[in-house]
Design a protein. Structure first.
Length: 272
């Protein structure tokens, strides 16, 4: 009897030891996102689980708290922002954060009810742009990319009509509230519409715009960020690697139908 008890105790010890080891092997990474759409990260989380990494998504309702929570150690990483916003935010708040990978771009586009090519926009045509400084700056850069205007070499990204240095077609740039940019299409030659607003208005940013941002719009590529001290952490590097795989790119293209573009470029390409 004593022998049987001893064997039972030994087996129990082994069982619990095995469970403990299994629990210790799985690493939990808290990742902050903004908004309720987590389908891409749900997909990546399933891949990570197979690698012994549990991704716990922490949802925020704004664009401020995900970075503050990261800096304060409440989460391990976040994925919700463009590199442009990230750099400005961490500088303003003096935060020691670093990007570890690029993810997607949500392309801003030039839309028109009248013209199928930007070359057809006539002299003196009205172009509606979002009136908020950052988005107007982004719109002006897109107009420059389309060959319609020229901005100074030291353009800081903050939009203002008086920053245009060349406007060969004498286009009339009309700043309006971003939410109104789809509604004014009948009244202008073209309107520059933010990605989310375009989708809400029933547009596909890839198919319906006459020009849209792509990988060349480097300041507006989204990133995964972490604390600078953790940027070489094995689990975080693995998550970044899992995200930037072909199956994830295919998933994004299928689910978002062009409204979000997988953009996996080296950090050196965005100035990091």
């Amino acid at each position: 009897m004593k022998k049987a008890v001893a064997i039972g105790a030994t087996l129990t010890t082994i069982l619990f030891a095995g469970c403990a080891a299994s629990g210790e092997d799985e690493k939990t990474i808290k990742l902050g996102v903004s908004g309720s759409d987590t389908q891409v990260w749900d997909y990546v989380a399933k891949k990570a689980e197979k690698e012994g990494i549990k991704i716990e998504l922490v949802k925020f309702s704004d664009y401020v708290q995900p970075n503050m929570a990261l800096a304060e150690g409440e989460i391990d990483a976040n994925a919700f922002q463009t590199i442009s916003y990230f750099n400005a935010f961490k500088k303003e708040h003096n935060l020691k954060l670093s990007p570890i990978a690029t993810t997607v771009i949500a392309p801003m586009g030039i839309y028109s009810d009248k013209y199928k090519d930007v070359k057809d926009i006539p002299n003196g045509g009205k172009i509606a742009v979002p009136n908020e400084a950052t988005n107007m700056g982004r719109a002006l850069l897109l107009l420059q990319e389309a060959g319609l205007i020229k901005l100074p070499d030291d353009f800081d990204g903050n939009g203002s009509v008086d920053k245009i240095v060349e406007n060969p077609k004498k286009l009339k740039i009309v700043p309006i509230v971003a939410g109104q940019t789809p509604r004014v299409l009948p009244d202008v030659a073209a309107s520059i519409i933010n990605n989310g607003i375009a989708v809400d208005a029933g547009f596909n940013p890839i198919k319906d715009s006459i020009v849209h941002e792509n990988e060349t719009a480097k300041p507006y590529i989204n990133i995964i960020a972490t604390r600078t001290e953790d940027k070489n952490k094995k689990e975080l590097k693995k998550i970044a690697s899992l995200y930037q795989q072909k199956d994830v790119a295919a998933f994004i293209k299928k689910e978002y139908k062009g409204s979000t573009i997988p953009t996996f470029v080296p950090l050196s390409d965005i100035g990091e």
